[in-house]
Write a protein that binds this ligand. Sequence first.
Ligand code: KIV
Ligand code: ZN
Length: 520
Amino acid sequence: MSSDTMSGPEANRIIIFDTTLRDGEQSPGASMNLDEKLRIAKVLEEMGVDVIEAGFPVASRGDFEAVQEIARSIHNAAVCALARAVRADIELAAESIRPAARGRIHTFISTSPLHMKHKLQMEPEEVYQAVISSVSHARQFTDDVEWSCEDGSRTEHDFLCRCVEAAIDAGARTINIPDTVGYAVPDEFAALIAMVMNRVPNVDKAVISVHCHNDLGLAVANSLAAVRAGARQVECTINGLGERAGNAAMEEVVMALRTRHDSMPFTTGIRTENIMRASRLVSAITGFVVQPNKAIVGANAFAHESGIHQDGFFKHAATYEIMTPESVGLATSKIVLGKHSGRHAFREKLKELGYQLDDNAVTDAFQRFKDLADRKKEVFDEDIVALVDDEVLRSNDRIRLVSLSIACGTREPRASLELSVDGEVVGCEDTGDGPVDAAFRCIKRLIPTEARLRLYQVHAITGGTDAQAEVTVRLDEHGRTVNGQAADTDTMVASVKAYLNALNKLLVKREKQAPSALSA
Ligand code: KIV
Ligand code: ZN
């Protein structure tokens, strides 16, 4: 969709370009394996994302395979691969998106004086030539080429306009102006976009896009200001994940446009009811917990604590609620499940939560739900999500928990653990500085690795002392990072399962080397 073909309502349609799987994965520690990326891509597709940036194929074999697999599996969104202005990068990106119904190559080069001199060590004229040759090369593989001027917000205006014009002439159909280091402020960034729109003669042949980082907490504000100035694509991530302080949070951009349509008359194709599901999935997979007061998806975003607010809210919800919880997928559900709930109600609940499971998977999940309901009076939506996701996370595990018992309290903590490793049961006992330490020592004795524990995090999925604990364990072995997750009403069981989940991922994780020079 280039702006010259847009008219009427289409002219106000904002293309949502999600880069959770590329820029989001560049958050330190947020590594994802192929299955996890695929699951996120499918949720993004279901929620109506227009373009999914699936990875940076030259960064590693794993990235290449993930982009390729996503390109095979996604049919309704364009699948995009990132490439530097280097022929080999572009060719690999092209190869990775070959199976896609709609594939995009996104090629970039820095254009700011600082980046050209110190990072690229190239003269502006060389960069200008590289813009033309990289875009032309990418166009040999697909009509859908996006060009980005890295550090665009700190680029000299004349040079920026020259490069944008050249990129469009060479065939780029989307021009992305990133605020790479999150330095811009809204008025200034809007003025930059307006300047490009006014000064570049062939700008009507391309969609102008923005990609804002959140170093000053202004990524969403800058993106919206750019939209008012003429940008028609916003690059963003679920939960604002991304390099350093992250990118513009998709849920915030989309809900701001929807809620303040009076002031910003733009639309997106996002089914906002899927927002919570995507947020929870990304958080569970990456181990990046969403802060409780985070806009739209934080646990407190729709909670009313003070008496005055509660009173007003009960008299009329709009007194303190500018959007409904249902609009972001936080349905105050009609179906509450407990131990007397049957298979039919359970299946309906799965549908309501957006799961499409086959009969066998429903039967397995139902059995686990019954086990949980025996231990927990009320089973909330969050519990069901954890229960279904937990099984998917564990389906290929070679190491599994067989039994665990813990003695702790005022005497020395002691763990006794049995694991099944490729079907063979092994066990040991150990003590430690607390029950978690004792249990993890047992695992290390049974499965010796050089993995180091980088993160151990517990959070309660719902309220109450019978709440399930959701545990994230991050392990690092020779620079390879993996996140393991698990949920259980017993925090120790969840901890051991999360550690094992991470170990299982280390066993299958392919070499991934992404030196800083290769991260965009
Ligand atoms: O932040 C940035 O400039 C990027 C580009 C590759 C678009 O991520
Ligand atoms: Zn970025």
